[in-house]
Design a protein around this ligand. Structure first.
Ligand code: SAH
Length: 227
């Protein structure tokens, strides 16, 4: 393992220990940590920021958006408790990094990104890197992606003021949903929602986080500019 990757893994492990009371565990799943060490984060950040790619912080990816902090990516992935046969929905593809991590732990990832330029760049990047079980779509994911529902797990990587009803409806019994909930650029909490076999949902607040806002409309970007 490269020295900078080893340092990123150590930084994630130490932040996990530091937040053990909130997250209720001392360490994340070994599979999640293995995949964090394998997926090359430097391939997902802009050229000018490559030297910072393995630091444990978010980085700008253009269009006022960010690639999430490695610790948060690892934690959210861990909370989803993925099985290799799972089908996963991600809202907020951004750079495609989180989708790449998920794809190594499940059967198929469907990911929706609002900003068409980011969506197209992520789709191309993922294809060039050989991640062939991820489908990326440009548009709003506020209403989920009904065509491939229901999902074993759903991850939202932008902060919502409330949990969108459509996402709950597209979650399988036994499924897990991870979503930051809170006002734009104000206090947000990472929430884990589980749906039991009877269809009843249970939610648990995990810890305070800072995400860019989820656009809460089902209206896509102007399709003329989507290219
Ligand atoms: N998961 C990303 C980080 C995402 S940042 C990564 O690994 O790089 C959050 C992303 O959510 C942004 O790219 C933003 O454009 C997108 N977003 C915001 N509202 C959205 C919506 N309603 N539907 C789909 N994507 C949305």
């Amino acid at each position: 393992m490269k020295a900078q990757v080893r340092r990123m893994i150590a930084d994630i492990e130490s932040e996990v220990r530091y937040t053990r009371n909130a997250i209720g565990k001392d360490r994340l799943s070994a599979d999640v940590m293995r995949v964090m060490a394998e997926v090359p984060r430097d391939a997902f950040v802009p050229d000018a920021l490559k030297s910072m790619a393995f630091e444990n912080g978010p980085l700008p990816i253009g269009h006022d958006q960010t690639i999430s902090q490695p610790y948060i990516v690892a934690l959210m992935t861990d909370l989803l408790q993925l099985d290799k046969d799972d089908v996963v929905l991600e809202i907020g593809t951004g750079s495609g990094y989180q989708a790449a991590i998920l794809s190594r732990l499940c059967k198929k990832v469907y990911s929706v990104e609002y900003v068409p330029e980011l969506s197209h760049a992520a789709a191309l990047r993922l294809q060039q890197l050989g991640y062939d079980n991820i489908e990326v779509r440009a548009g709003s994911g506020y209403g989920g992606w009904a065509e491939h529902a229901p999902y074993d797990a759903i991850i939202v990587t932008a902060a919502a003021t409330h949990i969108p009803e459509a996402l709950l409806q597209q979650l399988k019994p036994g499924g897990r949903l991870v979503i930051p909930v809170g006002g734009p650029y104000s206090y947000q909490e990472l929430v884990l929602v589980t749906r039991d076999e009877q269809g009843k949902t249970h939610s648990r607040n995990i810890l305070g986080v800072a995400f860019v806002p989820l656009r809460e409309s089902a209206t896509p970007y102007d399709s003329e500019t989507a290219g």
